[in-house]
Ligand binder design. Sequence first.
Ligand SMILES: *Cc1c(COP(=O)(O)O)cnc(C)c1O
Length: 366
Amino acid sequence: MSIPLVDLKAQYQSIKPEIDAALQRVVDNTAFILGKEVAEFEKNFAAFSRVQHCIGTDSGTAALHLALLLFGIKAGDEVITTTHTFIATAETISLTGARPVLVDVDPRTYNISPRAIERAITPRTRAIIPVHLYGQPAEMDAILAIARKNNLRVIEDAAQAHGAEYRGKRAGTLGDVACFSFYPGKNLGAYGDAGALVTNDDELAARARMLRDHGRSEKYTHQIVGYGYRLDALQAAILGAKLPHLDAWNARRRDIADYYTELLTNTDLVLPDCPAHITPIYHIYAVRSNNRDALQKHLKARGIETGIHYPIPLHLQPVYENLGYARGDFPHAEQIAAEELSLPMYPELTNAQVEMIVDAVREFVA
Ligand SMILES: *Cc1c(COP(=O)(O)O)cnc(C)c1O
């Protein structure tokens, strides 16, 4: 008996007729790029996120790149983000020619530290990209106050946070624009690459629509230099079939997380800590152990697959050697990178499986 980190097969089996019908509909219509399927999904995902506009893209990375372009971020500018995230958050800043300015995280939430943001601001700073890491929104009140005071844009990296809430507001409605990923393993996942940019600003939305589709205003009229960043109809149809289930799936993830936490308290593991004004969606259930690699090996030997999100903080990545950071610059992020372990987390995980995982963990930890 083995337990994967994420079980996409179990999810497909649970809604097979809905997915199969969506796929068949697209194939029957042979309309594969943008079109009705994409427009329908955009409308429904905007409603789900309680935001005015949703612009589907071919990845979360593309959405982040578009967001930066919307604000004219370019060479000579600086954009502040967390060092403890997936590479795409910083990589897209680099794509514009701007400099990613990395900062440390809050040791309690693992999200970007507002105080560290403040210290990193220079006359060149143009924007902040907070990441709602593991599905837990960053401390947005403090971040938005800093942005207002310094006239900075806020781009939410909500790639892991579909449906998460901060003081009752959904992730994606808190900053100027927000970016979602529908990578297959995300809480709302396509069967390939897909993403979206959302915003309440009409003009930004119109410009994002043009930018994702070759700067087009009509079929063969191109207003600006754009990109081939379109969402395709098959992915939109699959996402549309899954979306009605997302709130229930997220609620089930919270139940699983609560059960893990209940069964793992009084061990020497550090468990997730979420302030009361935040409703997380547990894209990842992250624990910390000062003997992480051995714990991961122990669980693997018991058939339990785990992950590490992420083993190397961005300031220590080979690609960013040129930024001039050194080991020791961001001690909280470095400690998390050395200790974090992601336990299996997906809505179809049963309580009995959680108990098996916890039993295996308890054989190892004190
Ligand atoms: C998944 C992810 C992305 C990138 O999304 P893709 O759809 O894979 O391009 C960006 N940021 C974070 C935090 C992510 O988890």
